[in-house]
Design a protein around this ligand. Structure first.
Ligand SMILES: [Zn+2]
Length: 446
């Protein structure tokens, strides 16, 4: 059991090791150096972005034998104890399971005692938003007048659930979702340190799947490295391990939809299904594919809003498909998303929705429709002299189908007296050829 997961093995031990949160770590380093650290600090941000990691580094910075120092030594006994998680003066409390008022009251009593070996008693409360209202109220008293030897560090993913009375007594630091590029660089470095060879595209893929969370990225990389039999990681292995669909498959499905190739579409869905990939995820990936396509069409290939590797961006950019068509496809995909999500026959639902896309009129943009209407209006205008009603808006008594339509419409207003309404209709049908005068009067009445 000597194996240690990457997230633990390479956990940042100094502020400078933290990835992608420079705005927070720089502020904290300055605060520690100038001895202006607040007694209550709140870290908020998405999961896996380094909240508790920074909290521990701050605890070391405050309690290091050589400190308070922005650069804790990581060698003294207190630093080591904090790293190993058994420092008697640094308490890591899980807010979710210690959320009652009694537990906070115990904490309040504890706070009054001096630290046993370090300079500060530091309480790190993770997921602090899980505390009950009564627990928050009990905590408030201590936050208002904290003893000089006490520090609170709170971490939360849901800052809106924390009462404003607590928030106003904390120094708040917002951690951000870590950019893909930084995650990829970090993962690549770790692969090299671990002696693994992995292709750039695989690293990019893992970094994208991590979705801004360095912890998720490390955990995915862990899974791939620990399950690989060689130190050279096969890109296909990465795809399988992550359950991610190959770019080429996404490109093929996009082509089949755009070119309205129903047979090709069914074959690709078959392949994806056989490979064991969840079809609901596959559907979500198709939405993402067209979303990226749309953004690249509108904003260009350099758009930072598209989270794709450069060759993929280029490939989408080179495809000549009107933005209106892509948007129409996206619209249907989103409209039908629930059908796929909640269907117990996912495969059939995916097939049905994708085949529906093929029936879509590729030029069905609003501009196109307006253009067609304009053309139609011109055609109607050119017929007007024949009608004898050049200024009237509906002067087409000669044409057969419209008159029959009007006759169908006619019974509607006289539905209340069906006996009367039935009579004129057969009459008009009977003498259709010579009914232009009666139709004119009908239209005027109408
Ligand atoms: Zn130290």
């Amino acid at each position: 059991m000597s194996y240690q997961v990457l997230a633990l093995k390479y956990r940042p031990q100094t502020f400078d090791d933290v990835i992608g949160q420079d705005h927070v770590t720089t502020t904290l380093k300055n605060a520690v150096s100038s001895d202006r650290v607040a007694h209550a600090i709140l870290f908020t941000g998405p999961r896996g972005t380094g909240k508790t990691t920074i909290a521990r580094i701050l605890a070391k910075a405050m309690n290091c034998k050589n400190g308070p120092s922005a650069f804790p030594c990581n060698a003294c006994r207190i630093c080591k104890d904090i790293i190993e998680g058994h420092c008697t003066d640094v308490f890591e409390i899980d807010g979710a399971s210690n959320n009652s008022v009694d537990q906070v009251r115990d904490l309040r009593e504890n706070v009054t005692y001096m630290p046993s070996s370090a300079k500060y008693k530091i309480y790190i409360i993770d997921e602090v938003h899980m505390l009950s209202t009564a627990a928050f109220n009990a905590l408030l008293k201590t936050l208002e007048e904290p003893p000089g030897h006490v520090m609170f560090i709170f971490a939360t993913t849901e800052v809106h659930k924390i009462p404003s009375t607590i928030l106003s007594r904390c120094q708040r630091h917002d951690l951000i979702r870590i950019p893909v590029k930084l995650i990829a660089e970090h993962l690549k470095l770790l692969c090299t340190k671990e002696g693994f060879q992995i292709r750039e595209e695989s690293i990019d893929l893992i970094a994208r799947e991590a979705d801004g969370s360095i912890r998720d990225g490390l955990s995915l990389l862990d899974r791939i490295l620990s399950s690989s039999q060689t130190h050279e990681i096969d890109p296909q292995w990465v795809l399988n391990a992550l359950g991610v669909i190959d770019h080429q498959v996404m490109h093929d499905i996009g082509t089949a939809i755009i070119e309205k190739n129903g047979a090709g579409l069914i074959e690709i869905i078959e392949q994806v299904n056989d490979s064991g990939i969840d079809l609901k995820k596959f559907y979500a990936d198709i939405i993402l594919y067209f979303r990226n396509f749309n953004v690249i069409r509108l904003c260009g290939r350099q758009s930072p809003a598209v989270n794709l590797a450069e060759p993929e961006k280029e490939r989408l950019f080179q495809r000549a498909v009107p933005a209106a068509q892509i948007q129409a496809i996206l619209e249907i995909l989103l409209e039908e998303e629930n059908l796929v999500r909640y269907s117990s026959h996912t495969r059939i639902a995916v097939e049905m929705v994708l085949l529906k896309l093929l029936q879509m009129d590729s030029g069905a943009g609003i501009d196109h429709i307006i253009h067609q209407l304009d053309a139609l209006a011109k055609q109607v205008g050119s017929l007007e002299p024949d009608s004898g009603y050049s200024s009237a808006p509906v002067p087409q008594p000669e044409s057969g189908p419209p008159s029959s339509l009007r006759e169908k419409e006619k019974p509607l207003p006289v539905e209340k007296s069906p006996v009367i309404s039935r009579e004129p209709v057969p009459d008009q049908n009977y003498s259709q050829g010579a009914s232009s005068i009666s139709e004119k009067t009908t239209w005027q009445d109408f």
